[in-house]
Design a protein around this ligand. Structure first.
Ligand code: CA
Length: 441
């Protein structure tokens, strides 16, 4: 696990003024990776670092000889079109050296000469096109919020909401990697089989109960060989960083198809991720103990337990979901906050999810994406999807302009945000993960 070091110092300031604004997601203490190109250009994609309202174009800085020693080995591959070919494969020592050097060249202690060179390679985020940061060979979605699992279980099995395996296994399923899209991509309402009228045969129609799920994703850094499980003690060495995930869900399709093998077409039409990947090192100040299991709950088996995971396995990451309908946009009404939750409320940690995933010898590969499952808290205003918030549509939500929602309608935009804050440290954020619903064609 990464130590807290000088790159996390809350007094550190950047000569890039926007990075010192109190509400920026990308202060010099964050330095998230992205893959970008200049908007409307035919330039090749390349690797950048978020700083204030800008992206630092790393490769020209390498060409200007700003990187040395170990930091060099990341900068030299920054002209690649995805992070998994290059940056994500590097070990913690190299990642750390690179972060230290980027922090140095962006810090206010930098001389004029250096600022000139670096300044030429800052591109406003508003003028950049952001791409999927990794190729993503495989995608796995977990189900690790016990509050979400209990709520959803209660709707379908009021007497027995949690299945007996839940407290022993981080439950997950294999998702679809090809339909993972980056924030801002429009989402077409999917069609599927609907059998809401149980007296009739199912019909193939546009999804009626379209939902979002507020989740956090994590990218696999170094993989493991087939047949070689990853011990829980080493799990985090295989995690590169985090992003926000919206696991769009077609609830009516899901209700009809999910038994006996779990979600399929209800989930595979689209998953949106935020474009900036916040590294595990940037998150070091925000680590917290694993979720405290209520008395009477079993302790996890040995391959899912380590002292470090118990003490620092959780992440204190605040999450927010907003909605802006088409009518709200027309009336210039700001997006409306639907819910707030926190990643630290997950029953299982990302280290446990990864160790469990590899525990049968399954080989994880660099750039694979895993997501936590919907993150809900124990209060009503911390429910991470509409299925829970409206209790299957029975309790519609009131929006500020008088509109109501059971599920998403065409033209609705869902906006997710995430940020970490802690006394004595600089707040860091994840940017946004957004998507707007288009009508079915
Ligand atoms: Ca999910």
């Amino acid at each position: 696990m990464y130590e807290i070091n000088q790159t996390h110092d809350q007094n550190l300031k950047s000569w890039v003024e926007q990075a010192n604004a109190p509400d920026t997601d990308f202060p010099i203490q964050n330095l998230p990776f992205c893959v970008f190109s200049r908007a409307c250009s035919y330039e090749d994609l390349r690797i950048g670092i978020g700083i204030g309202d800008f992206i630092l174009d790393v490769y020209p800085c390498y060409e200007a000889c700003l990187f040395d020693d170990e930091s060099f080995t990341i900068a030299v591959v920054a002209n690649d079109y995805c992070l998994d070919h290059s940056v994500m494969r590097k070990n913690a020592k190299v990642q750390s050296a690179f972060r230290r050097r980027v922090s140095e060249i962006l810090s206010e202690d930098t001389d004029e000469e250096m600022r000139k060179i670096v300044g030429r390679n800052l591109i406003p985020i508003a003028e950049a096109e952001l791409w999927r940061p990794a190729h993503i060979g495989d995608y796995t979605d977990f189900y690790c919020s016990i509050f979400h699992a209990t709520n959803v279980g209660a709707m379908f099995r009021p007497d027995n909401p949690l299945l007996p395996n839940y407290k022993w296994i981080p439950i997950g399923y294999h998702g679809r990697a090809s339909s993972i899209v980056v924030s801002g991509t429009e989402i077409m309402r999917p069609k599927g089989q609907n059998r809401s009228d149980t007296e009739q045969s199912p019909v193939y129609i546009p999804c009626k109960n379209l939902d979002y799920e507020m989740e956090v994703g994590f990218f696999v850094g170094c993989g493991n060989d087939l047949g070689e499980p990853i011990p829980i003690e080493k799990a985090e060495e295989h995690i590169f960083g985090l992003c926000l995930v919206n696991d769009w869900s077609a609830r009516d399709v899901q209700a009809w198809e999910y038994q006996p093998l779990g979600p399929f077409l209800a989930k595979s039409f689209a998953t949106t991720i935020s474009p900036f990947v916040v590294t595990m090192e940037a998150l070091a100040p925000f680590r917290v103990p694993v979720f405290e299991r209520p008395e009477g709950d079993p302790q996890p088996l040995g391959y899912l337990t380590s002292e470090e995971n118990q003490k620092f396995g959780g992440i204190d990451l605040n999450l927010e979901v907003y909605i802006q309908t088409e009518k709200m946009r027309d009336e210039n009404i700001e997006p409306h906050l639907l819910s707030r939750s926190n990643m630290k409320d997950l029953y299982w940690t990302i280290g446990q999810m990864l160790a469990h995933h590899a525990s049968n010898g399954c080989n994880l590969q660099t750039g694979d994406l895993m997501a936590t499952g919907t993150i809900s808290g124990d209060s009503k205003d911390s429910r991470g999807c509409l299925l829970e918030m409206t209790w299957r549509g029975k309790e519609p939500i009131q929006l500020p302009n008088g509109e109501t929602r059971r599920f998403l309608e065409d033209g609705d935009e869902v906006i997710m945000k995430g940020f970490c804050e802690r006394e004595g440290f600089r707040r860091i954020g994840f940017g946004t993960c957004r998507g707007r619903i288009l009508p079915s064609d």
